[in-house]
Design a protein around this ligand. Structure first.
Ligand code: SAH
Length: 213
């Protein structure tokens, strides 16, 4: 299966029916072929609206969830974005179509290397992917306009909140790893932090330290 006009139409229709209505987000998702980020046995399911397994026991998120999280971030073209949880690199590629610069971090070196290779093959040059424990954020490049976590924390990590600029938005799943989590949006205002609860989600947990692959 290829990401041809008919497949794209179906893919975008499924996204819209799940509430992804922001045209800039839909256009970005039309520009990124999910099959490039899903390898092996599951490649033929790349355009289905479901999470799929990737290397290191991790998952590429469901496209509609990627769309809803991206939409909630309200990215503008001048934004510098930090993503925690590179995984396959699919979400980062979509962010790269909307933002000026994307930094993405994963605790598995192997995932970061594979994602970099796909970015390069697709001529995506505004993403920096690196291996680290992302719960500390990336102080060298802080503050960020937008921060996205694609792994669930029990609470928003303090170092990440500290790296969000005034007016900045962070979107993340919070909750216990094996229970239903909530996707929340945190906005930093002049006077503090505002929290919105968006919907129930299920993500892999945010873990400490580096992965062993
Ligand atoms: N955004 C990804 C999906 C990520 S799955 C995509 O589009 O494919 C969640 C990822 O978070 C996993 O790859 C996992 O290794 C990573 N992760 C979990 N805890 C982490 C941490 N503390 N720092 C960095 N990455 C972490």
């Amino acid at each position: 299966m290829t990401f041809d006009a008919a497949t794209k139409m179906q893919f975008l229709y499924a996204l819209r029916s799940k509430g992804v209505t922001d045209t800039r987000v839909l256009t970005a998702m039309e520009q990124v072929d999910r099959a490039d980020y899903v390898k092996g046995t599951f490649a033929d399911r790349a355009y289905d609206d479901m999470p799929l397994p990737i290397a290191c026991g991790q998952t590429i998120s469901q496209p509609s969830v990627v769309g809803l999280m991206t939409q909630a971030l309200q990215i503008t073209p001048r934004d510098k974005v930090l993503e925690i949880g590179t995984g396959s690199g699919y979400q980062a590629a979509i962010l790269s179509k909307l933002a000026r610069r994307v930094y993405t971090v994963d605790r598995y070196r192997r995932l970061v290397q594979a994602a970099r290779a796909v970015f390069e093959a697709n001529d995506i040059t505004n993403i920096t992917a690196f291996t680290a424990d992302g719960s500390h954020g990336f102080a060298e490049q802080a503050p960020f306009d937008r921060i996205l976590l694609t792994a669930a924390a029990e609470d928003p990590p303090g170092p990440l909140l500290a790296q969000l600029r005034v007016g900045g938005i962070m979107v993340l799943p919070v909750g216990q790893s094996d229970a239903v989590q909530s996707l929340i949006r945190v906005t930093r205002t002049e006077t503090g932090l505002e929290y919105d609860e968006l919907r129930a989600v299920r993500f892999v947990p945010l873990l400490e330290g580096l992965g062993q692959e």
